[in-house]
Design a protein around this ligand. Structure first.
Ligand code: NDP
Length: 287
């Protein structure tokens, strides 16, 4: 039997509608600023989606665009200005940076005021997630995709507790925070990466499989444990259109539940980014 599809839009729309109501009740509009260096086409699409989500919930959106000839000082000064701007409550820098600036990634992340770090990548927020994941999830700034995956599971009443979760990918943006949150939700977590030997053997053990590698169709359907929950985070542009990191056609014959690409995790990421913006705004009222 084909797997049940875990569409992101119904869950994401619910969150967006709730945030819209919350923003309407505020005296002031929360503000999000996104810094883009250069003109990477994928980044431009992501930023359009973020702008549109801000518009939907009634928040202010500012796009700071720097040329790919920008100096490190110009980039860091742009972030400092946003840190000091009281109308801006959330700041993100769209990665990748142009090759000449790519070594600055960690410096840029650390330069963003941790209270405004809506991507949840600042070492302070990473530390909070690691030491107190439940508090971080409810009141802190946690990477939106990881938070979105947990919300999606909650929406479809798929409790990770007691399940063996295998996460393929260990990035700071997706793999690692997802592992922290699943651990906090009482799953038993195994994390795989490009140097894992015998990935197939591990994947076969997964009751809950999260794949975030950026490798189109890396996981064939016959690796998947029958009935497993499969969360495919990958977004890969190929000649045949957008595909995930699992081979969807064969995976949906084996899995019990699977996220489509596009339309699965993507909408949740945007919704949880907006949730982070509102959390950052609320936290700013307390400090
Ligand atoms: P990164 O490139 O930062 O990390 C990829 C991870 O996958 C690394 O840990 C890498 O291992 C691992 N990996 C790569 N190849 C293999 C392999 N052959 N076998 C096992 N593991 C492998 O990517 P991100 O985490 O940022 O993103 C992953 C994917 O998710 C991308 O397609 C991205 O576009 C998508 N994405 C989607 C989002 C959404 O909203 N749906 C949001 C964010 C990302 P190692 O550490 O050893 O190099």
């Amino acid at each position: 039997m084909a797997a049940t599809l875990l569409y992101g839009h119904p869950a994401a729309d619910q969150i967006i509608n709730r945030l819209e109501d919350q923003v309407q009740a505020l005296d002031e509009k929360p503000g999000l600023a996104a810094v883009l260096v250069g003109d990477d086409p994928a980044s431009q699409i992501y930023l359009r989606n973020k702008k549109e989500a801000c518009r939907k919930i009634g928040c202010h959106f500012e796009n700071i665009i720097l040329p790919d000839t920008a100096t490190p000082e110009e980039l860091l000064t742009a972030i400092d200005r946003l840190n000091n701007n009281p109308a801006i409550h959330g700041i993100l820098c769209q990665f990748p940076l142009p090759p000449v600036l790519s070594h600055l990634k960690n410096q840029v992340i650390s330069r963003i005021d941790p209270h405004k770090d809506v991507d949840g990548l600042h070492p302070v927020n990473v530390g909070r997630l690691s030491t107190n994941p439940k508090k971080a999830l409810n009141h802190g700034l946690v990477p939106a995709t990881a938070k979105g995956i947990l919300e999606l599971l909650r929406f479809y009443q798929l409790d990770p507790a007691g399940k063996h979760a295998v996460i393929v990918g260990r990035s700071n943006l997706v793999g690692k925070p997802t592992a922290q949150l699943l651990l906090a939700a009482n799953a038993t977590v195994t994390q795989a990466h490009s140097r894992t030997s015998d990935l197939q053997k591990l994947v076969r053990l997964a009751d809950l499989l999260v794949v975030a590698t950026g490798q189109p169709r890396l996981i064939p359907g016959d690796w998947i444990k029958p009935g497993a929950v499969v969360i495919d985070v990958g977004i890969n542009r190929t000649a045949s259109g957008l595909v995930g990191d699992t081979d969807f056609a064969s995976a949906q014959d084996r899995a019990g539940y699977i996220t489509p690409v596009p339309g699965g995790v993507g909408p949740m990421t945007i919704a949880m980014l907006m949730a982070n913006l509102i959390t950052a705004y609320q936290n700013s009222l307390r400090s």
